[in-house]
Write a protein that binds this ligand. Structure first.
Ligand code: 5GP
Ligand code: MN
Length: 338
């Protein structure tokens, strides 16, 4: 995003516009935090703003300021299509390709609105009128902060905006511990605290709302954990039957994959989760150091993401997916060593 782009966007937003904000499907803290942070900013400027999430998201995000204004596309298709058709500007946040919005892809593709992408995923598609893509950034929420800075609008950041942006930076950095966390991330976080983000309350609202059933499900996942020590790899599987047994709710498996990575000597961790309703196995991958799980997910499991965090899917059964994975692993032997 160059100076001219910023100038154009400033001008575009200098009079009230109809704005739609879209995060990716199965939105996480960064997707919802950046969407709602931007929502509060644009609402302050008297734009007509609507966040449309492709589908529902976990309850632990539903306390975010502005949450009650969000529409879920899957359960409001007609209303959402009309809003998208009438929009002057569409912001697409925290994703790099329109198919990442699931069933919103077609209506977004055909929309004539000015599209502004803000995103930190690798290999972004070229669909946006203005593109702010930076794969070195830890989160779209940090990019949203820099976007407001570039617009000369830091002073507009109030407690609600600060709370939303803090949340996404915290969740996408694993509470400021992943490699993507920079000194600049900490500077941004410090400024967000100064502007009203209550760090202890935010952490508590996201992480300390476990149900007993979720902890039992974690116990099940950990007892299913397998390691391949010679390839520094750990993986977990959860079948639909196991999910049902522990009354699985959206978001319950968030973060489970990191337990594999917490093992001494492990640099590649994977979780395979059966989704009977969609007839797929959802796969999450994490790594430490240079092992590129974005490439791994793209090559074998129809997915993508970042170097150290990615996701994908398989249409094979759970056991066949794991078998495929185990068969592939040795071909990466040279990258999978301490
Ligand atoms: P998670 O494992 O938490 O679902 O996703 C990890 C990272 O990979 C996130 O940044 C997410 O946006 C990205 N990701 C997850 N699933 C997919 C996918 O199917 N395709 C692509 N391109 N990225 C994905
Ligand atoms: Mn993100």
């Amino acid at each position: 995003m160059n100076k001219q782009d910023i100038q154009d966007i400033k001008e575009l937003l200098s009079a009230p516009k109809k704005v739609v904000i879209v995060p990716h499907k199965n939105p996480d803290g960064d997707a919802m935090g950046s969407s709602l942070g931007l929502y509060h900013y644009l609402t302050k400027l008297n734009h007509e703003v609507q966040v449309i999430a492709p589908n529902d998201y976990p309850d632990f995000l539903k306390w975010l300021p502005g949450d009650s204004s969000v529409i879920k596309y899957e359960s409001a298709v007609k209303e959402s299509d009309a809003l998208i058709k009438n929009a002057d500007v569409i912001f697409t946040l925290d994703f790099n390709a329109l198919h990442r919005t699931g069933s919103m892809e077609d209506i977004l593709t055909s929309s004539m609105a000015i599209k502004i992408m803000i995103d930190h995923h690798q290999q972004p598609d070229d669909y946006a009128t203005y593109m702010y893509s930076d794969v070195s950034m830890c989160s779209t929420c940090q990019m949203m902060y820099h976007f407001l800075e570039m617009l000369g609008e830091e002073d507009c950041i109030d407690k609600d905006i600060a709370t939303c942006l803090y949340t996404g930076i915290m969740t996408d950095t694993g509470s400021f511990r992943f490699r993507s966390t920079s000194s600049m991330t900490h500077r941004v976080i410090a400024n967000l605290i100064d502007r009203g983000a209550d760090n202890a309350q935010i952490h508590n609202s996201i992480y300390d709302t476990n149900s007993y059933a979720r902890l039992q499900l974690l116990g099940c996942a950990l007892s299913n954990l397998k390691i391949v020590p010679e390839l520094c790899t750990a993986y977990i599987s959860l079948s639909q039957k196991e999910l049902n047994k522990y009354n699985f709710k959206k978001g319950d498996t968030e973060g489970f994959v990191n337990y594999g990575l917490s093992l001494k000597g492990i640099i590649f961790a994977v979780i395979f989760i059966e989704h009977q309703q969609e007839s797929i196995i959802k796969i999450s991958m994490r790594s430490k150091g240079d092992f590129d799980v974005n490439q791994f997910a793209r090559t074998y499991f129809n997915g993508g993401g970042h170097t150290n965090a990615s996701g994908g899917r398989s249409e094979l059964s759970l056991s066949a997916t794991i078998e495929k994975f185990i068969t592939i692993l040795p071909s990466h032997k040279k990258d999978l060593n301490p």
